[in-house]
Design a protein around this ligand. Sequence first.
Ligand code: ADP
Ligand code: MG
Ligand code: MG
Length: 247
Amino acid sequence: MSTLEIRDLHVAVEDKPILRGVDLTVRAGETHAIMGPNGSGKSTLAYAVAGHPKYTVTGGQVLLDGEDLLEMSVDERARAGLFLAMQYPVEVPGVSVSNFLRSAVTAVRGEAPKLREFSKELRSKMDDLHIDPSFAQRNLNEGFSGGEKKRHEILQLELLKPKIAVLDETDSGLDVDALRVVSEGINRFRSGDTGVLLITHYTRILRYVKPDFVHVFAGGRIVEEGGPELAERLESEGYERYVKATA
Ligand code: ADP
Ligand code: MG
Ligand code: MG
């Protein structure tokens, strides 16, 4: 059983302190939602855990099963079982979805899956997510709609089977049908051993994916924690009182 432990994490961007002491523990099989107003530092948390070079950790620790993630390269983090889906995935001209996914699987599993077996696995997962088979031959992220980007994220999750998945604003730009398919995907793998950290500004996706824990972010810190009922309260009350409290 895996555990991601974030302890008193401080992060700066270009010398500007953004995260100011974040403590959070995510265990296998748990779903945690991080919610909060725009600019509160939610994405900064995801980027820092991912190892993005622009985000400087100035204090604290991030451990995956006791191992120091902050000492690892981005690839090593992926091999250790961490998955990060970003708000703005990059376009890679000339690389097909299928090739990209096979390299990602190779990086994480440590050996290349046999092409025929991989193609079969890919087809079956795409089928589960209602993705047209022609999608596998498209160039990575090129001209992807919001829904296609998100389905692609879930597809990666299902193939990579990470221990801990950090999903940043997975519901942005999704129509209701796409939201449902993506939520079903999240619900499918979170019922297994994966711990999920779902970062979102909106409460909408939480109608489909019920978090076990909700953490409210404001001013670069967690300012309130609770169960699913907290998400419902945020839906009716909004973030105004947290913003006032940290202004
Ligand atoms: P959220 O995801 O909650 O909307 P962010 O983590 O994106 O918040 O941003 C938190 C703060 O950090 C904002 O004030 C933002 O301007 C700043 N910030 C985040 N990333 C960068 C960056 N790459 N360069 C400069 N400032 C950044
Ligand atoms: Mg933002
Ligand atoms: Mg963000």
